[in-house]
Design a protein around this ligand. Structure first.
Ligand SMILES: Nc1ncnc2c1ncn2[C@@H]1O[C@H](COP(=O)(O)OP(=O)(O)OP(=O)(O)O)[C@@H](O)[C@H]1O
Length: 757
C-alpha cells in the first residue's frame, strides 16, 4: 500500500493577521478561508467565498525546532535507512520559504531544515556501529531554465556551467556536471551550505538576478555500507534528501513586472505551473505519461516527486488579508500534493567491482579448502589467506567451547575454520605456558580453602615481621618484562593479561618464599625461607621508613627517572597549546569574515531593492548598469569569500594537527603516570596500610593477600580498591571504611600529583 505525500502549511508571523479571513481548525490540521463577496474589487471567485483545506498540519507560531520535528525528522531518519526524501517549500515571495529551509543566520535556534537535517545525519553517523556511512552534498540552482552549480569550484561565483545537463538513467535522474562534495562532518557540510548561499548572492548581483526567482535544491547523498561483510553480501544502500527552496509563486498580474523581471516571472510561472501539472498527473492513477521533461525543475525532480520517494511539502503563506489570493493558490497547491500516493522503496545497489572481488575471494577460499582436503591426503603444507572478523570470532568461539568441553569436536570442514585453528590453539597453548610459569613462582590457593589461607596468613605475618618485599615478587613486570614495554611485540595486552591471571576465586602467593602447606607445618622453617634475597634486603634498608607522599614522589620522579619522558611531554604540550591558540585565532577570524559577508549580503540586498525601485539602466548591449558602490560591495564579497576559503582550509589543517598532538600528549601523560606508578611501588614498596594489614596484629582476613597488586598495574585507584575488596573475604565494616578512606586519601594525593600535568 502506498503512502500519501504529506503537506503542511506554515504561516509567517505578522502583526496584521487577517483573523476574519484565515481560521485554523481545532486539530491544527485544517485551515478555512473566508472572503467577503465584493464584485467591484473582483474577488478570486465570485461563486465560492469559503474554502476549507485539510492538511497534515498547520504550523502557526511554530518554532524552527518544532517545524523540523514535524516536517523533516522522520523523512531524514528514513533516508538513513535507504529511502529517498524530498522536502519542498512553496509559496509567494517573502512568505518564509528560505527561512523554513535554510533559516536565519543571526541566531542558532533560527537555523532551518537544511542545517538541522545535516546535524541529524551526522548524529546518526556518530551512533552507527555496524555501518560505514558516507555523506556528499550538492547545491543546484535553476534560474530562468538554466542550471547553476552553487558549489562549483571552477567558477568563483557559482555561475552557470554550460556543460551541465539533466540525464535520465536506470538508477534515476542526475545532473551531469553538477559537483558533488564529500563531507566528513557537520561543519564541512554547513560550510558548503554557506558557500552556496554566498555564491548565490554574488551571482545574483553579478548577473543581476533575484534569489526569489530561482529554485534551489540542496541535496544530501547518503551511502550506507555494512561494516561486517558477509560473503556475497555487497549491498550498498544509497539515498538522497532533496531540500528544495522554490521560487516565489506570485502571479504575473500581481507583480506588474516589465522587461527582465517579467521574463523571470514568466519562467517561474511556467516551471511552477508545470510542477503543478506534474502533481495533478501523479495524483491520477490512470495517467500513464507524466510530462517531467517539460521544465528543468520538473525534470530534475523526476525521481524525487511521488514515485518511490518520501515527499513532504511546506506551503508558506502570509497571514495578511492583502495576500489572500496567493494564500489560496498555495493552499490549493498543497492540497493537490496530498492527493499523490507514493511507494517508497529502499535504494539498494550492488557494487559490481566489490562483487567481483568478493567472488574471487570466495573462489580462492574454496580452492584453499580443496587444497586442504588434498593436504590431508598428501600431508602437504597449505597456506591460508586472512580471515574476516566474523570468521575469526567464529573460530575463537568454537575453540573456546571445545576447550570448555561444551562441544566434542570442532567442525574443521566448516569453510570458515580452516587452518587458522592451529594459530588459536597455539595461542591458547602459549597462554597455558604463562600459567605454568606463574605456577612455578606462585601457588594458587582456592579462596575458600580457609585452612591453607590461614597457613599462608601466618607465613605472611612472618614476612611482615621481617619486612620482606613479597609485593615486588608478585609484580608481573618482573615475570614478563615485555608486557609493559611499548613497541615490543608482547603477546598480551593489559586486558589479555587480566585473562591469564587467576580468577577472583583464587589468590596467589609466591612459591619461592612461601610453600604454604609445607611451611604451615614448620613455622621456623618458614621464617628462614622467608628471608629476603640479599639485593632486595639491601635495597630495602636504603628505603625511607615511611614512603613520601605521591605528590612529593612525583616531583622527584619527574626530576630523575622520568625526566626524559617529562621533557617530551612538556614539549608536546607546548606545541599543542600553540596550535590551539592559532586555531582559536583563525576561528575568530572566520567568524568575523562570516559576519562581514553577511553584512555585505544585506547591503547588496538593499542596493538591489533601491535599484529596482528607482528604475534600472542598461547599456547598449542590454547589460545592466550598477553603481560603483554596488560594484565595490560585490568585489569585497568575492575577496572575503576567498579569504574565508583559505582560513577554513587552515582551520581544518590545524584541527587535524591538534587532534594528533592531543593524542601524543595523552600518550605521554599516561606513560609518565604509569612509569611513575611502577617506580613508586618499586621504590617505596607496599603501601603502609597493606603492610599493617600483614602484621600479626593487623586485621588480616583469609584471602587478603596482596595479589591485587598484580591486577592493578593497569587499573585506576578506584578499581584497585574494588578489586581489593573483592579479594578480601568478609572484613569488619570498620576495616572496609578504613581502606576506603585510605584509598581516597591516596587518590587525592595522586590527583594532586597529576593535576600539575
Ligand atoms: N516563521 C517565521 N518567523 C520569523 N520570521 C520569518 C518567518 N518566516 C519568514 N520570516 C522572515 O520573513 C522574511 C522573508 O522570508 P524569506 O526570505 O524566508 O521568504 P521567501 O519566501 O524565501 O522569499 P523569496 O521567495 O524572496 O526567497 C525574512 O526576513 C524572514 O526572516
Amino acid at each position: 500500500m502506498g503512502t500519501k505525500v504529506r503537506a503542511f502549511v506554515r504561516v509567517k508571523p505578522t502583526a496584521h493577521f487577517a483573523q476574519d479571513v484565515i481560521k485554523f481548525g481545532p486539530d491544527n490540521k485544517s485551515i478555512d478561508i473566508y472572503i467577503k463577496k465584493d464584485a467591484k474589487k473582483g474577488v478570486v471567485n465570485n461563486k465560492q467565498t469559503d474554502w476549507s483545506f485539510k492538511l497534515d498540519g498547520v504550523l502557526h507560531n511554530t518554532s524552527q525546532e518544532m517545524t523540523y520535528e514535524t516536517v523533516a525528522k522522520k523523512l531524514v531518519s528514513e533516508a538513513l535507512t535507504g529511502y529517498n526524501g524530498t522536502i519542498m517549500c512553496y509559496g509567494q515571495t517573502g512568505a518564509g520559504k528560505t527561512y523554513t529551509m535554510t533559516g536565519a543566520t543571526a541566531e542558532y535556534k533560527h537555523r532551518g531544515i537544511i542545517p538541522r537535517a545535516v546535524q541529524q545525519v551526522f548524529k546518526a553517523i556518530a551512533c552507527s556501529v555496524d555501518s560505514f556511512i558516507t555523506v556528499r552534498i550538492s547545491y543546484l540552482e535553476i534560474y530562468n531554465e538554466t542550471l547553476c552549480d552553487l558549489l562549483s569550484t571552477t567558477t568563483s561565483s557559482g555561475a552557470s556551467d554550460m556543460q551541465m545537463a539533466i540525464v535520465d538513467c536506470p538508477q534515476g535522474v542526475y545532473v551531469k556536471g553538477l559537483s558533488i562534495h564529500s563531507v566528513s562532518d557537520e561543519e564541512d557540510a554547513l560550510n558548503l551550505l554557506f558557500e552556496g548561499e554566498t555564491n548565490r548572492v554574488i551571482a545574483e548581483h553579478s548577473l543581476n538576478k533575484n534569489s526569489s526567482r530561482s529554485h534551489c535544491i540542496f541535496t544530501i547523498y547518503i551511502e550506507v555500507r555494512s561494516r561486517v561483510r558477509v560473503l556475497s553480501d555487497i549491498r550498498c544502500i544509497n539515498s538522497k534528501i532533496n531540500l528544495i527552496d522554490l521560487a516565489g509563486s506570485e502571479r504575473l498580474s500581481k507583480t506588474g513586472s516589465e522587461g527582465r523581471v517579467l521574463k523571470e516571472a514568466a519562467y517561474i510561472n511556467k516551471s511552477l505551473s508545470f510542477l503543478e501539472q506534474i502533481i495533478i498527473a501523479l495524483a491520477d492513477p490512470k495517467r500513464e505519461h507524466i510530462p517531467f521533461r517539460q521544465s528543468k525543475l520538473t525534470h530534475v525532480l523526476k525521481d524525487s516527486l511521488g514515485g518511490k520517494c518520501n515527499t513532504v511539502l511546506v506551503a508558506n503563506i502570509c497571514g495578511e488579508a492583502l495576500h489572500v489570493e496567493e494564500t489560496l493558490s498555495s493552499l490549493r497547491f498543497a492540497t493537490r500534493m496530498k492527493w499523490i500516493t507514493t511507494e517508497p522503496v529502499v535504494n539498494v545497489t550492488y557494487d559490481s567491482e566489490e562483487t567481483v572481488k568478493t567472488l574471487e575471494k570466495e573462489i580462492s577460499l574454496l580452492k584453499q579448502e580443496l587444497a586442504m582436503h588434498d593436504s590431508l591426503v598428501n600431508r602437504s603444507l597449505v597456506t591460508y589467506g586472512p580471515l574476516t572478523d566474523v570468521q575469526v570470532a567464529e573460530i575463537k568461539s568454537q575453540i573456546h567451547e571445545y576447550l570448555k568441553g561444551a562441544i566434542d569436536e570442532i567442525d574443521f570442514f566448516n569453510t570458515m575454520l580452516r587452518g587458522c585453528c592451529f594459530f588459536f590453539f597455539s595461542q591458547r597453548q602459549q597462554e597455558g605456558e604463562v600459567e605454568t610459569r606463574l605456577r612455578s613462582k606462585y601457588i594458587l590457593i582456592d579462596k575458600n580453602d580457609f585452612a591453607t589461607i590461614a597457613a599462608a596468613q601466618k607465613v605472611m605475618a612472618g614476612h611482615a615481621l621481617v619486612p620482606v618485599p613479597s609485593y615486588k615478587e608478585i609484580n608481573l613486570v618482573h615475570l614478563f618484562p615485555s608486557i609493559r614495554k611499548e613497541g615490543t611485540k608482547s603477546l598480551f595486552s593489559g586486558r589479555d593479561l587480566a585473562a591469564h591471571l587467576p580468577s577472583k576465586s583464587q589468590v596467589v602467593v609466591p612459591t619461592k618464599n612461601l610453600d604454604v602447606k609445607e611451611k604451615a607445618r614448620n613455622e621456623d622453617t618458614v621464617k628462614n625461607d622467608a628471608q629476603p634475597s640479599k639485593p632486595i634486603s639491601e635495597e630495602i634498608s636504603q628505603r625511607p621508613s615511611s614512603p613520601p607522599s605521591k605528590a612529593v614522589a612525583f616531583e622527584q620522579f619527574k626530576e630523575e627517572c622520568g625526566s626524559e619522558i617529562n621533557r617530551i611531554f612538556k614539549e608536546n604540550k607546548s606545541i599543542l597549546l600553540a596550535r590551539r591558540k592559532r586555531s582559536s585565532t583563525v576561528a575568530r577570524r572566520i567568524n568575523i569574515i562570516k559576519q562581514e559577508m553577511e553584512d555585505i549580503k544585506k547591503a547588496l540586498e538593499a542596493e538591489r531593492q533601491e535599484r529596482s525601485q528607482q528604475g534600472e539602466y542598461v547599456d547598449e548591449k542590454g547589460r545592466l548598469i550598477i553603481d560603483e558602490k554596488e560594484f565595490l560591495l560585490i568585489m569585497k564579497l568575492k575577496d572575503l569569500k576567498e579569504e574565508y576559503r583559505c582560513s577554513y582550509a587552515e582551520l581544518q589543517d590545524l584541527k587535524a594537527e591538534i587532534q594528533y598532538c592531543q593524542h601524543l600528549v595523552d600518550r605521554c601523560r599516561n606513560k609518565l603516570i604509569s612509569e611513575f606508578e611502577i617506580w613508586y611501588s618499586e621504590s617505596f614498596l607496599i603501601p603502609t596500610y597493606v603492610q599493617n594489614a600483614l602484621k600479626p596484629s593487623g586485621n588480616i582476613r583469609p584471602g587478603m593477600i596482596p595479589i591485587n597488586r598484580v591486577m592493578c598495574l593497569e587499573e585506576d585507584e578506584q578499581e584497585r580498591f574494588e578489586r581489593m575488596q573483592e579479594a578480601m573475604l568478609p572484613t569488619g565494616p570498620d576495616s572496609v571504611a578504613f581502606y576506603k578512606a585510605k584509598m581516597k586519601t591516596d587518590q587525592k594525593v595522586m590527583s594532586a600529583g597529576h593535576s600539575s600535568l
